[in-house]
Design a protein around this ligand. Structure first.
Ligand SMILES: [Zn+2]
Ligand SMILES: [Zn+2]
Ligand SMILES: [Zn+2]
Length: 262
């Protein structure tokens, strides 16, 4: 497992409040992600807290050596200004976790609400959202309570997506923005339902670790595979996503970066 070491993260050490440096896995978002504090010389894992000094079990021997060397250097010059980053200090556990902004935090950070509240895939609004039958009388969404219940069940926890990324997936109609792959569930009636079987991932065009914000202009719906391919540097994914990134930066650069770092 290789890690990118980022020199411009925006997070502070939970112990001493100094800036920390981040290590993100090159291959997978699910792999452990770490931070290093140069002042108190600790290494921590997001969501778990400080690792014992001699137990960097997830690191390769080379990486451990690199970390040791880096820790010895104690660079002073980095300026990390946190705001709107995905990295937050959790009050209770005193550790860093990566999580999405809540809708409230989003509004506070960007001075605007995020739209894409309700998603309705139906081309024809006279059909039931679940079974595709023609709606009767004054019904506008479901032909029956049963269909409403089934739909509710299918979308209930949004299949493991937090609210903000769910809004982004809704904006993108649950299609991968690179390949056009359909990332929504299709039910037994052949109807697309705005929920995903863990195929939806949301990519930050400007990486969080490079100052990228959670603003919707910085976020892109992609399939799990495309996302992995992009971060592994596979050409098709890099070309497609970087093209979008370039276009977005022309229009929305200010929103795509959190404050200070440009
Ligand atoms: Zn520290
Ligand atoms: Zn129905
Ligand atoms: Zn990504």
């Amino acid at each position: 497992m290789n890690y990118h070491r980022f020199k411009l993260p925006k997070a502070y050490c939970p112990k001493c409040s100094r800036k920390v440096e981040l290590l993100f896995s090159e291959e997978s978002q699910e792999a452990p992600q770490f931070y290093i504090c140069f002042k108190c010389k600790t290494v921590g894992q997001f969501g778990l807290g400080e690792l014992p000094a001699n137990d960097y079990s997830a690191f390769s021997a080379e990486r451990k050596k690199e970390i040791q060397e880096a820790v010895e250097e104690i660079p002073d010059k980095y300026v990390y200004k946190a705001k709107g980053s995905q990295l937050r200090l959790e009050e209770k556990s005193d550790t860093y976790t990566r999580r999405w902004l809540s809708l409230y935090e989003y509004e506070k950070a960007f001075g605007e609400k995020i739209g894409f509240e309700t998603i309705d895939f139906r081309a024809d609004k006279r059909l039931c959202k679940w079974c595709n039958q023609t709606l009767e009388g004054r019904r506008t969404s479901f032909c029956s309570d049963r269909c409403s219940r089934n739909y509710g069940k299918a979308t209930f926890f949004k299949r493991g997506i937090s609210t903000l990324p769910y809004r982004i997936a809704s904006r993108d109609q649950f299609y991968c923005r690179v390949t056009g792959a359909d990332l929504a569930i299709t039910n037994r009636f052949g109807v697309r339902i705005p929920a995903s079987n863990h195929q939806v991932e949301i990519h930050h065009l400007v990486f969080v670790s490079e100052g990228g914000s959670d603003h919707e202009t910085n976020l892109l719906t992609v399939s799990k595979q495309v996302h992995k391919d992009y971060h592994m540097g596979i050409t098709y994914a890099v070309e497609a996503i970087d093209k979008i990134k370039k276009q977005q930066l022309l229009l929305y650069q200010d929103k795509m970066y959190t404050t200070e770092i440009k």
